[in-house]
Write a protein that binds this ligand. Structure first.
Ligand code: BGC
Ligand code: NOJ
Length: 829
């Protein structure tokens, strides 16, 4: 465990990592922003903050919201799963909130899929373990109360959750209806939430406890009293439950339990927040009485604290297995904790939830983004290959015959979202990236033959390979005046809207304007076309589709020529041509002279490697874009609104896509640096961004264990301040950059490529990689202090030629010894 440290006079001690237990330990509840964790990895999901705020939902954060949460509330993060301890006049909560009664001790441990919050006051210790077990649609709260004092204590324990009336969007707007629909049933210690079950719903939820209760409440207004907040509910202040039954208004579930504790004694309670779906003919057990059998089964399954402990153990085992697929042992524990624990964890969260539900994404907005979901697979395909396969096929099914795609689809229906439509012309290419990553990880070429509908219409199906081909064609058929790809509404940078020209603040930059503009071109898409076009060609050759490969090769070669002729600005690559054919991202401009995106992609595309342009572009990044907290997106940031550029210029300088550190694209530079062999710089960029290295947490504000989408850039008023943690492509791309390009262990069709690019002062490191059913124990040594270059590799003592370790038998293990050195030139795959 890391010794907590103060780094400067103005940083507070807020917490530390416990690597052994794979937990982040928060020791002061007053974090600068709620620091959250996620529970659940299958169908039941929860967000939980360090003071037990947050909410739960089943599959879809909008349509199946189980508990209510008020975003953008004042104070922030009020509402969650609360436990109140009342002893005489003293009322407190183990998570400090909502009462904010001073505690003698507090600790929140966020682990992988569980959170434990512990508070101590006047010789009483209350700890609550929150977990969503594998294989059940429930959230368990194991509450343990210990009497640390030498006298007998009599307390009253109150629980509280607030039901959401299912559709989170409707719930927060449609009061004329919703205040009349809420219904509950109470049976023993279980409160059932059955709003709308009488009509079209086939699901209900419950909140139970495994003990007798003194009473309960289900009507929020009765529980809180008309003028109180969550901090001092009337029922808790009075100490007596009202046994209220909600009819409309706002249903809640609260239990009241009398707890008597002798000196040194402790007691444990298991609360369960559950959800069940019932077949139509089994909905009722009597007229108006819901069928409680599914709830009772789960309540019995987790009847005591030992069952909860076992669920946590099972979850630990699950993560042990997942994390054993790539594990590094290096000289830097911060690197190990990012690569082995927190980065893959965040990758799984983004895989599960895309951009739906975080403390910045309200769970009612966009569905699954096409480009987001494809890129997220880079960090999760080795953790969930079967689900990745399905995800790729779902995404492909939203493609049109001309290769264009819906920009988003709805996870519940898997249908393209017509409201936003398509015309984000980078989108189709990301599907090549994800499919290739999937095949290299699994060796499963059969995915290419899967029939996949166009536009979700099975009568118009073609193989996945044909879909990839359509992605290529979409670029080829949509070139502009410089033979570069048309940008459409936007490319990866959603805010570079070159065909938008909006003067109306009520319009969306993403759906306004004419995406069919035949002039505005994207240099980024051009480079992506070369990177993923080459991968596509290699794949086609692998599966003997030589004609397809040859066709793509012709167009890739033309694209390279167009880039070389039209995209070099002297010291870096241009970003785009606008709708008037003017250069974007050029030294000739006052603002927005250089953009980050094409500079790393050039090296990734192998463009400018021979003539030095790629390195020169990366040097310009170091000179003009890099700052202490990462690399900003563009520089100088726009100081005024440019009609011809759209949303990018709508942000104040230094924030978001206008000069912010938009963390998703920083790994493109790290990868670029690794490709040109500058490991010191690649890792330096990695370290600047990685959460585990951040020390001034009051400045950063957000979790030190999760990447954020954006960190305010050098021209911002608050450089270093992060926003939008958790659901960002930053997780997958950083994981990809560090594991495959810096540590340099890269899956390939027929083996594992070893191609590190590290700081020259590293002596070496070890990696365990489980790949295609075999275990590779890889030992990398750097006796000559190089950044890059493999001098020799031996497998189980026998030297091999090249840097691709062939696949051993599934189930077997091999030892790989790698010596880096100047003798051999880098042999990349
Ligand atoms: C944000 C982008 C986002 C886009 C689409 C913009 O307002 O700045 O980051 O991708 O909206 O939702
Ligand atoms: C966030 C979006 O989710 C992502 O798709 C996009 O590429 C970035 N914003 C950059 O604008």
């Amino acid at each position: 465990m890391d010794a907590p440290r103060h780094t400067s006079a103005d940083t507070r001690l807020l917490g530390h990592f416990d690597d052994k237990r794979r937990e982040y330990v928060i020791t002061d509840p007053r974090t600068p922003f709620p620091w959250i964790n996620y529970l659940g990895c299958e169908d039941f999901f929860s967000l939980i903050s360090n003071t037990a705020g947050g909410y739960s939902f089943y599959r879809d954060a909008k349509l199946r919201r189980l508990t209510r949460y008020r975003y953008n509330n004042v104070p922030a993060d009020d509402g969650g799963r609360y436990f109140y301890i009342r002893e005489g006049d003293s009322i407190w909560a183990p998570g400090w909130k909502p009462c904010r009664t001073a505690l003698d001790d507090y600790e929140c441990r966020h682990g992988l899929g569980y959170t434990q919050i512990r508070g101590q006051k006047d010789g009483l210790r209350a700890s609550v373990l929150f977990v969503v077990p594998l294989g059940a649609n429930v959230e368990l709260h194991r509450v343990r109360i210990e009497n640390l004092s030498t006298r007998e204590r009599r307390i009253r324990l109150f629980s509280l959750i607030e039901w959401c009336l299912w559709n989170a969007s409707d719930d927060s707007t449609n009061f004329q209806r919703n205040f009349s629909t809420g219904e509950v049933e109470v049976e023993g210690s279980v409160v059932y939430h059955k709003t709308e079950f009488r009509e079209r719903r086939d699901h209900y939820a419950w909140y139970s406890v495994n003990d007798d209760v003194r009473g309960f409440d289900t009507d929020r207004d009765k529980f809180l009293g008309p003028y109180n907040g969550f901090d001092r509910p009337a029922v808790v202040v009075d100490g007596e439950p009202r046994n209220s039954v909600a009819h409309g208004w706002s249903p809640i579930a609260s239990h009241c339990i009398d707890v008597a504790l002798g000196p040194g004694e402790s007691k444990e309670f298991v609360f369960q927040l559950g959800y069940a779906v019932l077949p139509e003919k089994h909905k009722w057990s009597a007229p108006g009485v819901i069928n409680k059998a599914p709830a009772k089964e789960l309540i019995a399954r987790y009847a005591d604290g030992a069952a909860v402990e076992a669920a946590v153990e099972a979850l630990r085992g699950h993560w042990d297995e997942l994390l054993s697929r790539f594990a590094v042992r290096s000289a830097d524990h911060r690197l190990d904790r990012m690569v082995n624990i927190w980065n893959p964890y965040q990758c799984m969260v983004t895989f599960n939830l895309s951009r739906s539900a975080s403390y910045f994404e309200a769970g009612i907005g966009r569905g699954m983004g096409f480009r987001d979901s494809n890129q997220d697979l880079l960090g999760s395909v080795h953790l969930a290959p079967a689900r990745a396969r399905q995800r790729i096929l779902d995404l492909a099914a939203t493609q049109f015959e001309d290769g264009s795609v819906f920009h988003q689809y709805q996870p519940l229906t898997k249908r393209g979202n017509a409201k936003i439509g398509g015309n984000f012309n980078d989108d189709p290419l990301w599907m090549i990236l994800s499919t290739i990553a999937y095949i290299k990880e699994t060796g499963d070429f059969t995915i290419l033959d899967e029939p996949v509908p166009f536009e979700n219409d099975i009568s118009r199906s073609a193989s996945l390979l044909a879909h990839l081909q359509a992605s290529i064609e979409h670029v080829v058929n949509n070139l502009g005046p410089h033979d570069l790809p048309l940008i459409g509404r936007a490319d990866w940078n959603d805010c570079l809207n070159l065909n938008c020209f909006s003067i109306n603040p009520d319009e969306s930059f993403q759906t306004t304007g004419n995406p069919d503009g035949r002039v505005a071109e994207s240099v980024l898409i051009a480079m992506m076309f070369v990177v993923y076009g080459r991968e596509f060609i290699r794949l086609c050759r692998r599966v003997d589709r030589h004609e397809m490969a040859g066709h793509a090769q012709t167009h890739v070669d033309r694209m390279i020529a167009a880039i070389e002729t039209h995209c070099w600005d002297g010291n870096w690559y241009l970003r785009a041509y606008d709708a008037d054919g003017n250069r974007v991202g050029t030294h000739r401009s006052e603002e927005g002279r250089i953009f980050i995106e094409p500079q790393g992609f050039a090296a990734m595309a192998g463009i400018g490697l021979e003539d030095g342009r790629a390195e020169r572009a990366l040097d310009s990044v170091a000179e003009l874009l890099a700052c202490d907290y990462g690399i900003v997106l563009n520089y100088p940031a726009y100081t005024s609104y440019h009609l011809e550029y759209g949303e990018i210029s709508s942000y104040p300088p230094g924030y978001k896509e206008n000069g912010g550190i938009f963390c998703h694209n920083n790994p493109w530079i790290m990868i670029g640096e690794a490709i040109v062999g500058r490991g010191d710089r690649a890792f330096d960029y990695y370290r600047r961004l990685a959460p585990a290295w951040q020390e001034n947490l009051d400045l950063r504000k957000l979790e030190p264990y999760a990447y954020a989408q954006m960190v305010a850039g050098k021209e911002a008023v608050t450089p270093g301040e992060a926003k939008n943690s958790w659901l960002t492509g930053t997780a997958a791309w950083n994981y990809h950059a560090i594991t495959e390009f810096i540590l340099g262990i890269r899956p390939d069709y027929d083996g594992l490529v070893i191609d590190p690019c590290i700081p020259s002062d590293w002596d070496g490191y070890d990696v365990t990689r489980r790949f295609r059913g075999a275990t590779f124990e890889i030992h990398i040594r750097n006796p000559h202090g190089v950044c890059k270059g493999v001098a020799s590799i031996s497998v189980d003592g026998a030297a091999i030629a090249g840097n691709r370790v062939p696949l051993p038998e599934p189930g077997s293990a091999c030892r790989v010894d790698v010596v880096l050195g100047p003798a051999a030139e880098a042999r990349t795959a």
